[in-house]
Design a protein around this ligand. Sequence first.
Ligand SMILES: O=C(O)CCC(=O)C(=O)O
Length: 361
Amino acid sequence: MTTLTTVAVGEQGITGDSQLRSNGFTAADRRSYSALFVMDHFLSRKRVDRLFPNWRTGVQARMLQSIRQHGEGRAVPLPRVRNLDRKTFMKEFVAKSHPVVFEGAAKDWECCRKWTFEWIREKYGDDDVYLVDHAAADRNSLPAESEHLTLANLIDGIDHGSMKYARFHPLLQRHPELRDDIDQAWLTAHLTNPRTSWARFYTLFLGGKGTDTAIHCAPNENIFVQVHGRKKWRLYPMDHMAIFDPPANRSVYKFTYYRTDQPEDDRFPMSRHMDWYETELHAGDVLYNPPYYWHHVSNPVSSIGVGCRWSNLRTTWIASPLLATLELFNTDPNVIKGALMAMKDFNSVLAQSRNSSLIRD
Ligand SMILES: O=C(O)CCC(=O)C(=O)O
């Protein structure tokens, strides 16, 4: 579903108040879910379920009963804005941990004018791409756990229907001159707080029609620039975490085995009743995605996009005190190593989170 409901500032109150129906989970069940997740993080799910054999199934059954009142879940258009001033953005979206699209904000930026598959191939074709098959949850899984190839090879493959997708690729980390093609003044104006927004880094997503990135979330804030082609985003608030039932993997990269294209009723019975936000980004659109907002992204056509990311303790805490606290006890990798690895090549974090000993146990 394409959402073109542009909301002009001033015409109606711009609000980041959620338009999704509440899942109706009780506070007691939410607390139980969090307690189980914390214990999973330290002990592993297997041990927790051995210690408390009926606790998880009881919580899940009650949560299912609550959300079932919805009937079928539905897609809600994500708010799209033009000319949103910084104060309103901070108050209505950042402080409420709510995503929003800045429609056409980047359409005159150099990246949108200049970057095409051919241009990138010509300038950076020798660049090494590290592909990681994460979570066995992507539609376009790889035959191996990981693979290296050149950017030129990957781009050539797209013309022949290849599903190899450069996700979280560190092109702008390796070639900082490319950052000048993104309006840095605009970015800085949209940072939560330029003095407390740390560990800034950029990730490129470049792939052909039909590629996608499975549902995940992370503690960073993300200003995502759609450079070329289109992208469909589905976004899900933190309260949906119990629905996705992600493994506690002691990593910044949280993923679920739930797939939007193959919903499994027996494994994720609540999912058919959940609402979600949906939007399609066109070249020049910019999306703000707050920390821990779960998302699934698919490319209906060949597409290039860049995620501009940073960490901010305050917004991470607002989004999820639970996950923010657990980050301190990450081991796959730990929080400091994870930040350094992310800035070098986020795919190394994916590789380690995918193989977390906690999941393999
Ligand atoms: O564009 C994509 O495929 C995924 C983007 C994404 O997940 C992100 O920037 O966090």
